[in-house]
Design a binder for this molecule. Sequence first.
Ligand code: X2X
Length: 339
Amino acid sequence: MPKVITRRGFAALAGGVGVTAAMPPRYAHAAEFTFKIGTNVPASHPLNVHLSRAAEQVKAETDGRFELRLFPANQLGADADMLSQLRSGGLECFLNSGVNVLSTLIPSASISGVGFAFKDYPSLWSAMDGKLGAYLRGQISRAGIVVLDKVWDNGFRLITSSVKPISQPDDLRGMKIRVPVSAMWLSLFRALGAAPTSLNFAEVYSALQTKVVDGQENPPAIIQAAKLYEVQKYASVTNHMWDGWWFLINRRAWGRVPTNLQETAARILNAACMAEREDVARQNAALRTDLSNAGLIFNDVDQGTFREKLTAAGFYREWRSKFGEETWGLLEETVGTLA
Ligand code: X2X
């Protein structure tokens, strides 16, 4: 039987993997600016691997003046805690999805999570690197948070369960499924007929293990990194939603950093993000084999039946009126008519 991994356990597991290499280069002075970065996924996830490399590069290129220290795996608290620390200045940088707890502060940020909106990566990146992404970053900065240009890939999400495979919407009826703390996610799974519960990612492994919930939904790279296959049996490839992380920065802390150091860090981090996207896409495509070997039973679904269910439940109509015609139009410009 796998052990319960508590938040502290996660931190301990991730403890050896930091940004400090075994033999860190020496710099003439201590760093002038030290920023903590908090993330919600294990250190082995490509998000952290590439952030960690970027941090080393920022330190090297600024001759040690600017130091980024990575704290993966909710070491600094769950998403909700990290978001409030980011706002108060206790935490300088935080990676969060616009659809996750950030949406409790900025509701329009969740539009990228509309169910079955993006059919593939090309249409997704053209929206998120184009007008829709620019609009979303504008909303985030209006809320007083600095956000870097590139959004880091989490991936297209599939549904895992300890009880049964999901092949059609009916299979979700009444299913206790964990979703992030987000109105969009709750609405999506309620419209599909499930009984969703909002939990921070920090609580997901133990909630599945103790059967507080029977299922959850995440991309393969997270199911792998967080070892969710240990506490789940079935993986149903619904690809019901894409998700990614914005690189968020406390505005006052950023304002203290000279422009040339800001530019160096932003350039390196955005480039690292592009490498992370490639890595995540590769992992998410290849992991089906590894996760099957780890015991997960995969099935594919016909997305059409899920979309019809959402339309019939009024999901698209509801969110179109919540976001308003202008914002909704930015989404439909790349993905076509949703409802
Ligand atoms: O909370 C989740 O499920 C996660 C890790 O995928 C996100 O950050 C959206």
